[in-house]
Design a protein around this ligand. Sequence first.
Ligand code: ZN
Length: 102
Amino acid sequence: MFQIITQQLKKSLLPWLEERTRRAGAALFAKPDAWAVRSGWTITQRRGGLSRTYRDPRFDLLIRCTSCGGSGFNHTAARGACPTCGGSGRLVRTTHAEPARR
Ligand SMILES: [Zn+2]
């Protein structure tokens, strides 16, 4: 009997709670979500909609500098910042085939 009641509660209560949680998250994050959509960022909902991860897809264009291995340092006798990446250790991929510019 107890199991039947528990199963009935799960069937009716869980979807109700999930929907309320999702709606609360949508209301809570309405402004940052709208900003992210306008900016072309991706939105990943977590914890039933009560948490978000926003990501700028331009990060996919960053690659490690092949000259300095990502350190940003010039490893030759001249020292200082890497002349290829300017010391950032990263390059921006301009196309999928070719690597990079600063
Ligand atoms: Zn470099």
